[in-house]
Ligand binder design. Sequence first.
Ligand code: SAM
Length: 236
Amino acid sequence: MAFKHWPLVRDVRFAQKCGRFLRGARKRRPDLNWDEFRRIARHFKTDDMGSFPERGYLFQLASDLPADAKVVEVGSWMGASTCFIAGGLKGEKARIYAVDNFAGLSTCGEDAAWYNRHFQKLGATSTLEIFRKNFADLGFATRAEPVVSDSLAAAQSLAALRGAIDFVFIDGDHSYDACKADLLAWSPFVKRGGVIAFHDFGSRADGVTRAIFEQTRAGRFTEIVGVANTIIAFRI
Ligand SMILES: C[S@@+](CC[C@H](N)C(=O)[O-])C[C@H]1O[C@@H](n2cnc3c(N)ncnc32)[C@H](O)[C@@H]1O
């Protein structure tokens, strides 16, 4: 096991990095419940795909939504990003529709190899059980609506929610074609004045960046809400 994965070393590194992030976050947004953020971050300290600024930004976007907000996430994996969003939501009726095939399938070459390796390590055939356990452990189970489906099929089956979603977060297949298709399929779900955000903008997944640039130029979004590392958020 690499030195950085030794439990004590990992805990010290987590405390340092999270503490550094929280000092800035508390100054920028003293109104948000950053203790709740830290509780979620601690839960995911051994297996998380995002950085503190990205997770913090999702938490902030969710915290800024009205009570009982409805959220769609495309690409939930084991539910880490989903839980950071859930932690920011308020109101008993707040819900996250977590759309994922829960099989780690991707048409993006580099991603496909990564998922295969990770699935072998987990020894699992679906991430849905892990997703459910994470939500239950953190006390968010009532907020999650896992949608076990291909993204575009889910956009058909959930068509009744078009125009009724406060926040859509897209982090599914990172190929250009898939990201563009997700963007076109899911942006009509966002309410007027609501937010759509993407992971991996400006990352090595250049198809994501290209799809977003094209749609920005086409006037699909009214304004940029904010950027945190590779997350970019727009208002519809
Ligand atoms: C990068 S991971 C999501 C990570 C998660 N949002 C997080 O930050 O913790 C991408 C996920 O998208 C899912 N996915 C990829 N293509 C999909 C598709 N066409 N339909 C549904 N899910 C898809 C994969 O199964 C994988 O779980």
